[in-house]
Design a protein around this ligand. Structure first.
Ligand code: GDP
Length: 271
């Protein structure tokens, strides 16, 4: 049981979630439902799956274009994820507009222009340093005027502790609501799996600024297990909707609780 708890903490599930999961499995064992180590792995995968799939990982679709605001700290993978999402949605026949509201980084705008080109999405941009709220508003207005299906808005990276920048994000969120009272339909926090326990603080503080509807865990192709999502779901009730598994446009997948749970505690890592 100690090994198991250690493995869960090592996978970034956090102290509370790890202890609760071990307790749950210990009870199963006491009732004779788990009798050997192999069954612990299966039991754990089931427990995490139950825990993580309380809500189906669907993207809410609204009337008019569905507006998805993408937020997070620097380098978490926001711009890449917006590109991947645009690509995936376009492949599904959706008409996509991308708002380049990360106006701090000229490179982010250029990168988005390339992704938009490759996925056939329309890019709404202004020059570097432009007001991100204005870009977000334009993107929603343009998407509405063109009858687009989805508007994806990339935002600048900011630390959850940077008060001014968090206030700016609050403004972007509210401006989007002025362009369409139902928007944003989704506000997704992009979380780098390798940042470990800090992810919980990111989710908590971003969630206090803008109502988060989901998390996208990126960089799960590396060695990080991304168990932090288990802690976030348990403590804040925010579901994981998508996962990033690489740097290419195709490397975005819908969240699959069972596969995720298995990866957190795959037998190869049990020791
Ligand atoms: P942003 O600052 O949040 O917009 O982050 P970027 O989208 O610029 O991504 C930062 C770095 O992470 C880039 O080098 C991306 O290629 C990389 N990246 C993003 N998502 C993934 C992922 O799922 N897996 C891997 N391996 N790298 C990723």
């Amino acid at each position: 049981w100690d090994d198991l708890e250690e493995a869960l903490i090592g996978a970034d599930c956090g102290m509370d979630a790890s202890m609760a999961l071990v307790e749950e499995l210990r009870e199963e064992a006491q009732h004779g439902r788990i009798v050997n180590r192999g069954e612990i792995a299966t039991g754990l995968a089931k427990a995490v799956t139950r825990e993580m799939s309380a809500e189906p990982p669907k993207i809410s679709i609204g009337a008019g274009p569905t507006v998805i605001l993408v937020v997070g700290v620097n380098g978490s993978g926001k711009t890449t994820t917006v590109g991947k999402l645009a690509y995936r949605l376009s492949e599904l026949g959706q008409q996509v507009v991308i708002g380049a509201a990360d106006t701090f980084r000229a490179a982010a705008i250029d990168q988005l222009a390339i992704w938009a080109d490759r996925s056939g999405a329309q890019l709404v941009r202004q020059g570097p340093g432009a007001d991100p709220g204005a870009v977000a508003f334009d993107a929603v207005a343009s998407g509405t005027a063109r009858g687009a299906d989805v508007v994806l808005i990339d935002t600048a990276g900011r630390l959850q502790t940077q008060h001014n920048l968090m206030e700016e994000l609050r403004k972007v969120h509210s401006v989007v609501g002025k362009a369409n009272p139902d928007a944003p339909h989704e506000t997704l926090l992009v979380l780098d799996a390798t940042t470990g326990q800090n992810g919980l603080s990111q989710a908590r503080l971003f969630g206090q600024t803008v109502p988060l509807t989901g998390v996208i865990v990126t960089k799960l192709d590396g060695s990080a297990k991304g168990g932090i999502a288990v802690a976030i779901h348990r403590e804040l009730g925010i579901p994981v909707k998508l996962v990033g598994v690489g740097e290419k446009l195709e490397d975005l997948q819908p969240f699959d609780a069972a596969a995720y749970a298995e990866a957190i505690f795959s037998p190869a890592d049990a020791g």
